[in-house]
Write a protein that binds this ligand. Sequence first.
Ligand code: ATR
Length: 475
Amino acid sequence: MSARAGVGVVGLAVMGSNLARNLARNGHTVALWNRTQEKTTALVEAHGHEGDFVPSEELADFVASLTTPRCVIVMVQAGPGTDAVVDAVAELLEPGDMVVDGGNALFGDTIRRTEALEAKGLHFVGAGVSGGEEGALNGPSIMVGGSDEAYETLGPIVESIAAVVDGTPCAAHLGTDGAGHFVKMVHNGIEYADMQLIGEAYDLLRNVAGLSPSAISEIFVGWNSGELDSFLIEITADVLAQVDASTGQPFVDVVLDQAGMKGTGTWTVQTALTLGTPVSGIAEAVFARALSSHRETRDAVQAAYGTTSGSTVPVPDDVDAFVEQVRRALYASKIVSYAQGFDMLAAGALLHGWSLDMGQIATIWRGGCIIRARFLDRITEAYAADPALVSLLSAPVFVEALQGADAAWRQVVSTAALSGVPTPGFAAALAAFDGSRRDRLPAALVQGQRDLFGAHTYRRVDREGTFHVMWGEDR
Ligand code: ATR
């Protein structure tokens, strides 16, 4: 077989085949291989006319069909599947060739695989590909971690298939080894938080303001033309407008209220715990999904206390004013949740030695990915104005936004508490904001407790040094 493909894709399930089609549509000659041959055949039969594909039955033939230095994009199941494929491909490659893992790998695995492949003289790139199957086909956001040398070859390929916003491709080289998958993981965590906050806004509008799903859909359409403009707000309006064909009920009312998850939100929170970064918005979103799925616990608590539905307070007199308060509370909570996500990026970068460019990350999240939003421009601008920005919360544009939302945000969180409508995302965001603003925190008392029961020592406000009270003697 003559080597004529500039790039190859291994793993032709939904994401892999869509990425392969995207590459072919953008003029690349794409080598194809899948463990189960039928998927390769099906792809070529259905979409062979879209571009130049070179399918192979044997992995060795696939490798032989690639021009050197070879670039193999692996799109298989994260975990053992990826290890199996990366090892098998690496056996057949030569020094200078490159393996790109475009799956949802845990960034620690990417760091490990990079070490293993670099020891063989191969390049390994961990690329976070966001946007689901639609993004993979029409233009995802691609977060690349790997060496500069690898990106010289890979950059033009990924930039040619990524989403484009204002002429800028939503693909970039963010750092070495696990940087791309780390940033993708935090992206997914932020996505969880965004979805939770939107869910809470819906719950308040439905159950405190007493609005119907179709009325709320229209409100979301309106919100989508302002500062909340985003893909998630847009699709929420569509979901709420949907009517169930078999019952004529609002679609949202016939869906079982138990949210699923595939694990990237959990990874984000686990990693944040290790880093010591409080991503409380993301954590609350993950826990809210978990709570929703604990049917037995919900049944037991409902049996003990009675079921609550709707609100325990009257519908506000001025519903329009309440809707506006909820919009402001949502925007404020979203700002806090993004600030927490970017804090986590900074902490990860520090620990792993990546020089992540925060403004660039916000830029490549503007298109292709699930959290794409106009709002991300504000983040890019904030970091452009002050590259050493410690927290997004202190950026002037967000200071103004949070000050403007402050009263509405507190009103909404207190109304929610009085109504029995759970808003863990809104409340956690407000608590995080207030926690950072407080001049004195009860952490001082916690330090006192720790010193008493565990002789953990404490520091003083008026003197340098470490102190300990001889509690038994002094009490
Ligand atoms: P999706 O793109 O739909 O999210 P996925 O579940 O992440 O897909 O990954 C499925 C792909 O991983 C398939 O191409 C699968 O190969 P088969 O079609 O032969 O099942 C591939 N895959 C998973 N484990 C693999 C392994 N150990 N070796 C080779 N390919 C593997």
